[in-house]
Design a protein around this ligand. Sequence first.
Ligand code: PAF
Length: 292
Amino acid sequence: MNSTTDELPRIVRTRAEMQALANQWKQAGETAGFVPTMGALHEGHLSLVDIARENADRVVVSIFVNPTQFAPGEDFDTYPRREAEDIAKLAGGRADAVYLPSVTEMYPDGSVTNVRVESLSDLLDGIYRPHFFYGVSTVVARLFLHVQPDLAVFGEKDYQQLQIIRRMVRDLGFPLRIIGGATRRDADGLAQSSRNLYLSAGERRTAGAVFAALHRASVRLANGALPSEVLAEAEAHLKASGFGKVDYVTLVAPDTLQALPDRPLPEGSVARLLAAAWLGRTRLIDNISVTR
Ligand code: PAF
């Protein structure tokens, strides 16, 4: 820890100030860990911040609701913004700095350069939100250049995003390490997410069905059941629990995210089971690892 318990993190709003701070740390021989977020911080985010703290001397958390990852009609305007509460949650030495850039700081006027991680971005959520991962990879690349971290932590909750960022770092040679943080869950298994705030009380009671369906499916797959049967059962479980449209329940290779053939998982293999489904106006995603 680098601060006393009630100390607020340093607030940084410009790229120039962020880079000066990063340079100061580098010159002192200190490493920096980075957690990019869109704010409305919950325990899941804080667990990623704690992973950064365990692995680096300094910790930066960015809070930036990135317009380029929202399509027209999505929830950019209503996305929860809780700057003061978020900063308070990072006090007491949890983070050394909070980076809160403006839109023009991230996307200077006239900026037309984007990062596209082809193929991985066009699967799964990329089918339903075609703009989404291009906005994510573009902003994360820009944030890496602003913050210059030695490592960055992303949640496994957004598994496809994590794999895309790993691939971008590898392809572009960003000099940093990516760490995946385990999903934090509520008592009923619901993966913690800022968008859970959108759920009504009734929807919240139903929402735990995503994890229940995935968990049951993972046990069946680990015991050698046929994927097509298990995935159909999981989808039926979600619909029977009160979910509307199920965008996908799928079993993929953990790194390429390519769908696996419809045969029992080979002994000793690892796969990833992912789901996306609508509960009222809220789209929930979740995923778990399956080991045979
Ligand atoms: O996972 C998120 O909150 C966002 O997609 C990220 C990585 C902060 C980029 O805007």
